[in-house]
Design a protein around this ligand. Structure first.
Ligand SMILES: [Zn+2]
Length: 493
């Protein structure tokens, strides 16, 4: 009869992912037991394949050299004790009971140990785990239904129905009420059947160890994506630029758009920091809804010229740093290209390089750079249509001024634009609204135009960034004839 384990939250997801990771060591294709949000397997799997998988996972990095002249029992015992980070004093890792049982079983494998030490340790652990699982599965049942599967009965333990407790996932037992709080139901009636208990013993494998006492797990409400994101986490050894870039790209690649958005909005990261033998801190964070909203509104408009910055873009989003700092860096690369190239000091950042390439190749700032600015404004909860209007307006004012300058000064206009741009860039960097306005007045006067009143108005209401950046791009832009990556754009539209 098929048995099911349901994945409903990060804890059951970590157990599911851990089991799948372990099973892959026995040659099983993880996808073969995933069915929607549950894992489906047979009783024989629980008895034979699961213990083998656990033994393999526990010894994946074991080599004959690391065994050296240690005894079979000591090596197997040490590996099992490592489970205590997640299952303190569980039937798999309780120091006193485990040693006795492992010693009893070791005699069968002593001979093999001298020929194939790693194989012998594996088999000993597998046999021991198989004994423990068989013992759990053989216990007398209570009349209480398991909280986790809602299908099987909890067994009797010391005369009472077995419940989910510290041995089943020790990090949650930091305070006595944590387990109850986690499941929002007040008292511990989290009855636990033997099958679910066994799968929970794999939860630790779902986590990636990123520091001495720190473990991470990423959960999204889709089991296959959860598996993918966590294997990327293992590859990248943590939540970092590489991981975020790959993770999001992976989700977008594999999943249809609506679902991809939903998954991105629901990325949930759990960090376990072990403080002592039996206590841990659990931290979690998810992507803020305002960031998710901006992702939803703009991510598919991500422009080509910014492709080399995609992972930095994400890093800024998740760490809460303003995308304007990224845009400012691109500006620096653009305006100081020569100096940067000549000084040739070390490696330049990706953002500087994007700016430098623009200066060298296209020789203008494309409108699509303002994607960063619009995205940031929406993250900051600004009204999307208002933002678009102001950005487009300031951009086209910059363009118009550029045309006036060319009409007035001819070829000399480019030097003038350059020097005005440096001053504006400096005003932007210092967030100096007065300096920005003074420069505007001066340059508008030089072409005998009045400074558009909207500037004065707009700069009053905290719109400085969006106005100033867009104006600078317009002043160095090319207007309707330019390539906008994927979207056509009418600066006045
Ligand atoms: Zn159950």
């Amino acid at each position: 009869m098929a048995l099911r384990f349901y994945v409903r939250d990060w804890l059951s997801a970590s157990a599911g992912v851990g089991l799948l990771k372990a099973l892959s060591h026995t040659g099983q294709d993880p996808d073969s037991i995933i069915e929607g949000t549950s894992l489906v397997f047979e009783e024989e799997d629980v008895k034979d394949r699961f213990p083998l998988a656990l033994a393999r996972k526990l010894t994946e990095d074991l080599k004959p050299e690391t065994i050296g002249d240690k005894s079979l029992v000591d090596v197997a015992f040490a590996r099992l004790l490592s489970l205590n980070d997640f299952y303190s004093n569980s039937p798999l890792s309780n120091p006193s009971s485990v040693k006795k049982k492992v010693m009893e079983r070791s005699k069968e494998f002593e001979e093999l140990f001298s020929l194939d030490p790693v194989g012998a340790v594996r088999q000993l652990i597998g046999t021991f785990v198989s004994d423990v699982f068989a013992e759990l599965l053989g216990r007398e049942l209570s009349d209480r239904t398991c909280f986790f599967c809602g299908e099987r009965k909890a067994y009797l333990y010391k005369g009472k129905p077995k419940t989910f407790e510290a041995v089943n996932f020790t990090p949650l037992s930091a305070s006595t009420s944590t387990v109850e709080n986690f499941f929002y139901n007040g008292k511990n009636n989290l009855y636990l059947c033997a099958h679910c208990e066994i799968v929970f013993y794999f939860a630790g494998f779902g986590f990636t160890k990123v520091a001495r006492d720190k473990y991470l797990f990423v959960y999204v409400p889709d089991l296959k994506e959860t598996v993918t994101l966590n294997s990327l986490l293992e590859d990248h050894k943590g939540i970092n630029r590489g991981w975020l870039g790959k993770a999001v790209a992976e989700i977008l690649k594999e999943t249809e758009r609506r679902k991809a958005e939903w998954i991105l909005e629901n990325i949930y990261v759990v960090e376990i920091e072990k403080v002592s033998e039996s206590t841990s801190n659990i931290y979690s964070f998810s992507i803020q809804p305002r960031v998710a909203r901006a992702i939803d509104a703009y991510l598919d408009k991500y422009p080509k010229p910014l492709n080399p910055l995609f992972s930095q873009f994400l890093e800024h989003l998740y760490s809460g740093r303003s995308l304007y700092t990224l845009l400012l860096e691109v500006f620096y690369g653009y305006f100081y290209e020569e100096g940067l190239r000549r000084s040739g000091r070390g490696k330049v950042s990706d953002a500087l390089r994007v700016g430098m390439n623009l200066a060298r190749n296209s020789k203008y700032l494309p409108y699509s750079l303002l994607f960063l600015s619009k995205f940031q404004e929406v993250v900051d909860m600004k009204d999307k249509s208002q933002v678009e209007k102001q950005v487009n307006w300031a951009y086209s004012e910059g363009l118009k001024l550029k045309e006036s300058l060319y009409r007035e000064l001819g070829e000399k206009a480019s030097d003038r634009i350059r020097s005005v741009s440096y001053s504006i860039l400096e005003a932007i960097r210092r967030r100096d609204i007065d300096a920005f306005q003074q420069n505007l007045i001066r340059v508008y006067l030089s072409v005998e135009r009045e400074i558009p009143y909207l500037f004065v108005e707009a700069l009053k209401d905290g719109s400085f960034n969006r106005i100033a950046y867009a104006f600078l791009v317009g002043l160095n832009g090319r207007g309707k004839g330019e390539e906008y990556g994927t979207e056509a754009h009418d600066p006045l539209g």
